[in-house]
Write a protein that binds this ligand. Structure first.
Ligand code: FPP
Ligand code: MG
Length: 303
């Protein structure tokens, strides 16, 4: 079975789970959700064989991923998700939160009938990603330069569910799950750093959301920390004062010009490569080219 057919089957499972909720409003709200790249499913299926159980776990992980983004868009006051109006923007915060709750709790119910090791892997990841979102909100209160806290937040918020996808793949295939956890953790951190870079380098059309929205939301991502280090005191103050504000296009241009002058994107990309290499080292003897391809695609993506 090729990946595209597998993805359609995963979507079929999710559709079936939603129908089982037997509520027209849930079905309507769900129909407005769009799928992303399904990276977690791709990863799980690159590790395990494509079986009924593997596709079900993928469906549950994708449902949890969608639930977390529904909640995240409420928390971030986002109006656009994947190029279309977000559920909270169209149907209000209450509906977005409740649809997230339905997806999340239905996924957990279905998880409880699967192997306990799989259930433990996914449920502990959800604890971590929720903690990661709390860390993100807390770090977004003001400009900061705490790299350690930033990486921890990326690991919790983004890598946790990627770790679970890799670990579940390893459990289903009977492989050493420790190796795949390390791979997933480092892939996830690199993925978030690249995401944070694209938020600056790509335009709104490519991103499906306004450019530099992280910084406008108060998030000090890696490129801003890298830039801060290169600025003089006066410039440092200017940069910090823009964080979390609705900055003008002139102010946006000032930040981007400073980044160009100090070769910041190159520095931040190098940091993403560092984590990507750690992921590659972890699976060096696993004889699975699909896992190195996933790293290459993740590093070279444009959205
Ligand atoms: C996107 O971050 C957000 C996440 C990766 C995780 C969000 C997690 C929660 C809200 C907890 C959810 C809890 C349950 C129980 C499902 P981002 O804002 O940096 O990315 P974005 O630009 O795509 O919005
Ligand atoms: Mg967000």
């Amino acid at each position: 079975m090729n990946t595209q057919i597998a993805f359609e089957r995963i979507k079929g499972y999710i559709h079936g789970y939603i129908q089982e909720c037997k509520n027209d409003e849930v079905i309507t709200l769900y129909s407005h959700l769009s799928y992303g790249k399904m990276l977690r499913s791709k990863l799980l299926l690159a590790i395990s064989d494509i079986s009924d159980d593997a596709l079900r776990v993928c469906a549950l992980i994708e449902m949890i991923q969608s639930a977390s983004l529904l909640h995240d868009d409420v928390i971030d006051d986002a109006t656009i998700r994947r190029g279309t109006p977000s559920i909270n923007a169209t149907f209000g915060n209450k509906n977005a939160i409740m649809l997230g709750d339905v997806l999340y709790s239905k996924a957990f119910y279905e998880l409880s009938v699967l192997d306990v090791e799989l259930a433990k892997s996914v449920s502990s990841a959800v604890v971590r990603l929720s903690v990661g979102e709390i860390e993100d909100v807390s770090l977004s209160k003001q400009f900061h330069t705490n790299r350690e806290a930033y990486v921890r937040m990326c690991a919790d918020k983004t890598a946790a569910l990627i770790v679970a996808a890799a670990e579940c793949g390893a459990i289903l295939k009977g492989l050493n799950k420790h190796i795949y956890r390390i791979y997933g953790e480092n892939l996830g951190i690199a993925f978030q750093i690249i995401d944070d870079i694209l938020d600056i380098t790509q335009d709104a059309l490519t991103l499906g959301k306004p450019s530099m929205s992280d910084f406008k939301e108060g998030k000090t991502t890696l490129p801003y920390m890298d830039l801060y280090e290169c600025l003089d005191d006066e410039q440092k103050e200017i940069l910090a004062s823009y964080c979390g504000k609705k900055i003008s296009s002139e102010q946006e241009i000032w930040i981007k010009t400073q980044m160009q002058e100090h070769n910041i994107i190159h520095k931040s990309v190098a940091c993403a490569h560092l984590y990507a290499n750690r992921a590659l080292e972890a699976i060096a003897f696993e004889n699975n080219d699909k896992l190195s391809d996933i790293i290459t695609q993740m590093l070279n993506r444009s959205f």
